[in-house]
Design a protein around this ligand. Structure first.
Ligand code: HEM
Length: 450
């Protein structure tokens, strides 16, 4: 963890008092609350320090600072060196190398070779898969029984990822494969693994490297089979058969890394986006959704108010830099933008803590003020895939029934470093009758006040 930030860096910027190491750990534990409770009251920006005067963790704030952060990719490098490292010299050493962590030319090349998987021509197949998955879900059963909404959306997105991304049926064996991929991602935040990175048969790190190796072998076998087969409409097949105009293509080992990265980036984020949207709808008395425009506004408003990814993926400054006239931010600082803070700016969104989908009837905010997927050259590569999945699934769910909240206490917590989940199961019942939702309380109310 110490590698992640350098507490010796100085920065003449406002921030809360305290010891940098302690504040940084608090920041990492819940970046959303740290930004909202400890940084937002201190200054409107453009640059805030997690600890006053210290440059180890920095947050940019305000439209111009956010624009600079997301457009100057040479100065703000995505952090690729996580807390966990894979041993070198193995076939699977590159398993975590992917577009999401690359910078510079490597990033541009990977992004270009991946773009066909989200091309318009691929979307029609994905739409059909989303609708088919929906038919097998608890929502389609509409039996009036309460169910855990986050678990159900996770099961839906897992099935969609298996079929759209890997071309696999969501049967028992493949669901287990998806669960192993998800567990691998989560291990990155497991102290038992990252604090003692010694590769022995009996260490957690040794177990973890064996899991990485096993999954890598399975991915490569799947990739080889797909390369030898006729082209199909799923993302894996598209990647296996894509050669760009210069004759460049991704190798099997590169595809394996990208598949893992796409899974990591797209599975829980999409499920939680649907979860928060449905919770916000069910918890707002008198609100009805009727038609595509309403679902679109519902999704945007919940992405604004209860963002699934409340801070950007962290960057590191590659040189000393002034941001929108700030004091110089030192080279080596870990630096983030916070969609959460931007989305609560009353200048962009009057009465910002109110959940009000109708505000989107005539609202066209700047892309630096409303940024659920980031913005610029590194904007979420799966945004159109996620948008289609969320709107298709929620549209079908709300066509014939309305959600009723059966759980009132809802806490907004960050898991796997970036994604906001409800802390405990939130039970919902889909009904055609009168809706009598439980009154919402819990920490989500710090964001969503009325
Ligand atoms: C609603 C669901 C999703 C949300 C809220 C979301 C959000 C984000 C955010 C905030 C970023 C980083 C922006 C930055 O810091 O610069 C990102 C990057 C990324 N996302 Fe998503 N994402 C979602 C779904 C997906 C899906 C479904 C996929 C893949 C199928 C995906 C693939 C990626 C990739 C590859 C990147 C890195 C792009 C790059 O660095 O060039 N995401 N996403």
């Amino acid at each position: 963890m110490a590698k992640m930030f350098d507490t010796s860096l100085r920065l003449d910027a406002p921030g809360p008092a305290g010891r940098p190491l302690i504040n940084n750990l608090r920041f990492m534990a819940h970046p959303a609350w740290y930004c909202l409770d400890r940084l937002a009251p201190v200054s409107p920006g453009p640059v805030l320090a997690a600890t006053r005067g210290n440059g180890s963790i920095v947050v940019v704030r305000g439209e111009e600072a956010v624009r600079q952060y997301f457009t100057d990719n040479d100065t703000f490098h995505r952090i690729g060196d996580g807390v966990l490292e894979l041993p070198r010299g193995r076939s699977w050493s590159q398993m975590f190398d992917a577009v999401i962590t690359f910078n510079g030319d490597r990033h541009r090349r990977a992004r270009k070779l991946l773009m066909p998987i989200v091309h318009k021509s691929a979307m029609e197949h994905y739409r059909v898969v989303f609708a088919e998955t929906f038919k097998r879900s608890r929502f389609a059963r509409a039996d009036g029984e309460p169910f855990d909404i986050a678990a159900e959306f996770l099961s839906i997105t897992r099935a969609n990822m298996l079929t759209c991304l890997l071309g696999l049926e969501p049967d028992e064996a493949n669901v287990r494969l998806a669960e192993r991929v998800a567990r691998l991602m989560k291990s990155v935040f497991n102290p038992a693994i990252f604090l003692f990175q010694v590769e022995r048969p009996w260490t957690p790190y040794g177990w973890w490297t064996r899991t990485v190796a096993g999954l890598y072998d399975e991915f490569v076998a799947l990739i080889e089979r797909t390369r030898a087969a006729e082209p199909r409409p799923d993302a894996l097949s598209i990647l296996c058969h894509t050669v760009d105009e210069d004759g460049d293509s991704l190798s099997p080992s590169e595809i394996a890394g990208e598949l893992h990265g796409l899974f990591a980036a797209g599975f829980e984020t999409t499920a939680m986006t649907m979860t928060w949207a449905l919770i916000a709808l069910a918890g707002t008395p008198g609100l009805e959704t009727d038609g595509e425009a309403d679902v679109d506004a519902l999704v945007k408003e919940s992405q604004r108010l209860i963002p699934t990814v409340p801070i950007s993926l962290p960057r590191r400054t590659t040189r000393e830099v002034e941001i929108d006239g700030s004091a110089p931010v030192p080279k080596g600082a870990m630096i983030v933008a916070s969609p959460l803070l931007e989305h609560l700016d009353p200048e962009s969104f009057p009465d910002p803590h109110a959940f009000r989908p109708s505000r989107w009837d005539d609202l066209r905010p700047s892309p630096y003020r409303f940024l659920p997927f980031g913005v610029g050259q590194r904007r979420c590569l799966g945004a159109s895939f996620a948008d289609l999945q969320v709107r298709t699934t929620l549209g079908l769910a709300l066509e014939s029934a309305a959600p009723e909240l059966r759980t009132g206490t809802i806490d907004y917590v960050i898991r796997s470093g970036v994604t906001a989940f409800p802390r405990k199961p939130v039970f919902v019942r889909m009904t055609n009758g009168p809706v009598r939702s439980a009154a919402v309380s819990g920490s989500v109310r710090k964001l969503w006040k009325t």
